[in-house]
Design a protein around this ligand. Structure first.
Ligand code: NAD
Ligand code: IPM
Ligand code: MN
Length: 352
């Protein structure tokens, strides 16, 4: 088994350190671990946010664990050299089109949610976010209008086949859960969304056991805080999924808790090749202070164990250890507590 660790920028290396300790504790037989540079640090060391050797390392692995990228010092670089291109490049070069972002309440955290405890308690949603298309990967640029103004543009589009494959992922996921799928779009305004909705309806014919509904994204953002318990699986495009998943994290309690898996079609000897990352970023405002919550990173490792290494029992063990630490009141500053990054790591290791 081969995995690649890409710590990246800001809090990325701090939280990756805790994931590394968890890995060491699990002591998986035959596991080989590589490490590579991504993001701002890769730009500084190699002149590119996603060096060829990092990409090759990812391709040679069964799974990739990704910290976070983003550095305010790089925000004025040409776009193709910015740290964020590392994550976008990996997702597209590796064909990782299906992003699973689960948001589930943890026992004992109900009072830490931004929502009322009785509302927060009900949240158990899987956001299936399309990850290779949409306005993220369309033609973009700056141009000058006839009147001489600068104009920025980004083309939003989805091809039928792109919607079909993410729909299949989402219907299958719903089948394995409570059997409800809500497709989120903006079909009242966008042609991209009309196509999205038509294809989702088409694919639903193959999943008569799944109850399909549709919701406009503005309403979905509202419903997610009004009554998140109504959702089982949400399927949506790249941009809407990005936004709704950050919002869902605060329904649970903190962005420092939400993990994600980016999966494609490639199978390895042990499961599906994928890249795993917390949904949050490099958090420059707290980087270097030992304050970051490493739980989203550790839970991302659990997803890697499950999906790419076929180690379900180890994945459950790690998830239980995190849940128990939370139940025992080991809370970082993001959850109103005082535990630092290493202390949270210690608590998880103790549980293991
Ligand atoms: P962010 O997610 O980095 O931070 C948002 C807020 O949440 C900040 O106040 C931060 O301190 C807090 N936060 C995030 N993770 C935390 C954790 N584990 N523990 C405690 N608090 C945490 O989003 P941002 O500030 O909009 O972006 C910062 C940089 O990260 C930007 O360069 C952005 O492009 C990048 N980014 C990268 C990724 C990624 O690598 N996957 C994701 C999102 C943003
Ligand atoms: C995420 C991030 C990325 C995204 C950025 C860093 C490109 O916000 O993974 O949620 O927008 O997909
Ligand atoms: Mn995001």
């Amino acid at each position: 088994m081969k995995i690649a660790l890409f710590p990246g920028d800001g809090i990325g290396p701090e939280i990756m350190e805790q994931a590394r300790r968890v890995l060491a504790k699990l002591d998986l037989p035959g596991l080989v671990v590589f490490e590579g540079d991504v993001g701002g640090i890769a730009y500084k060391r190699h002149g590119h946010p996603l060096p060829q050797e990092t990409l090759d390392m990812a391709k040679a692995a069964d799974g990739v664990l990704f910290g976070a990228v983003g550095d305010p010092a790089c925000d004025n670089l040409e776009r193709h050299l910015r740290p964020e291109q590392a994550i976008l490049g990996l997702r597209s070069h590796l064909g990782l089109f299906a992003n699973l972002r689960p948001a589930t309440m943890f026992a004992g955290l109900e009072d830490m949610s931004a929502l009322k405890p009785e509302v927060a308690r009900e949240i158990d949603v899987l956001i299936v976010r399309e990850l290779n298309g949409d306005v993220y990967f369309g033609e973009k640029g700056m141009r000058t209008t006839k009147s001489g103004e600068r104009e920025g543009y980004d083309i939003m589009s989805y091809a039928e086949s792109e919607v079909r494959r993410i729909a299949q992922t989402a219907f299958r996921a719903a089948r394995g859960r409570k059997g409800r799928l809500c497709s989120v779009d903006k079909a009242n305004v966008l042609e991209t969304s009309q196509l999205w909705r038509d294809v989702i309806v088409d694919v639903s014919a193959d999943y008569p056991d799944v109850a399909l509904s549709h919701m406009y994204v503005d309403n979905a953002a509202m419903q997610l805080v009004r009554n998140p318990g109504q959702f089982d699986v949400i399927v949506t495009g790249n941009l809407f999924g990005d936004i709704l998943s950050d919002q869902a994290s605060m329904c649970v309690g903190s962005i420092g808790l939400l993990a994600s898996a980016a999966l494609g079609e490639r199978q390895t000897d042990y499961g599906t090749f994928g890249m795993y990352e917390p949904i949050h970023g490099s958090a420059p405002d707290i980087a270097g202070q030992g304050k970051a919550n490493p739980m989203a990173m550790i839970l991302s490792l659990a997803m890697l164990l499950r999906h790419s290494l076929g180690r379900e029992a180890d994945a459950l063990r790690v998830e239980k250890a995190v849940a128990q630490a939370l139940e025992d009141g080991v809370l970082g500053a993001d959850l109103g507590g005082t535990a630092g990054t290493a202390e949270i790591g210690n608590a998880v290791l103790e549980q293991l």
